[in-house]
Design a protein around this ligand. Sequence first.
Ligand code: NAP
Length: 244
Amino acid sequence: MVKAAIVTGASRGIGAACAVELAKNGYAVAVNYRVNRKAAEAVSEMIISQGGQAFPICADVSKPEEVLKMFEASKERFGSVSLLVNNAGISHIGLLQDMTDVEIRRQLEVNLMGAIVCSREAAKQMVPKKCGSIINIASMWGEVGASCEAVYSACKAGIIGFTKALAKELGPSGIRVNCVSPGVIRTDMNAELTEETLRELEDETPLLRIGSAEDVARAVAFLAREESSFITGQVLPVNGGITV
Ligand code: NAP
């Protein structure tokens, strides 16, 4: 029987790598995006060309009505969802006192509320089946806090607390909830960092390199697999050995 996965923010970066890796692990994947349809189509086509199943699905995770439609569309296509990866996210770099209400709210609505609403819709499909897995993409900054990313850090700390609480709530229904906490990963999100800054970050990392989206995707796939079936409520750092 097909195992259905929804990966939010899967048109690029970590989400795209997760979609491809999960398809290799036998999941039929709903490749969510917000605006970048062509990129989401390319990810889906790559999965299909490798013998997997996938389709692109537009939804802004900060809009509950769009999230509902995404879960309905995925169920219609692949059946009840078995795996949700809450990956969609946006960063904002700047001093807190310079942030507008709109910018603060957008951070909270995409990075935190989005994952919460998607998890609620996933739980509705998973609880009756008494199985499933939710994997949230947190961040090292949610563990230690980042200067000039205070609201982003708060969202990711919230994701970690949400993961631990929901794992307790859904555990008796046979559903696992974990999060992966990446360090610095080379994606569009870090496109503004200069090569010099990236080199400094590499020097500060025990493994002396920046992570790749695939590094994160392999950790997500591990948490999705049966071999991790006694692991729930955990934070798995994928950060090259930085002490948090
Ligand atoms: P990215 O390359 O900027 O990609 C972001 C993805 O999220 C895109 O697919 C984008 O879709 C989607 N997205 C953005 N807003 C959305 C919304 N409102 N609804 C649905 N999809 C939305 O980012 P990334 O670096 O891969 O980051 C992925 C996750 O990892 C984020 O949660 C981020 O906070 C976390 N993370 C990243 C790093 C890092 O160093 N890169 C480190 C720690 C944690 P479109 O293409 O349609 O815009």
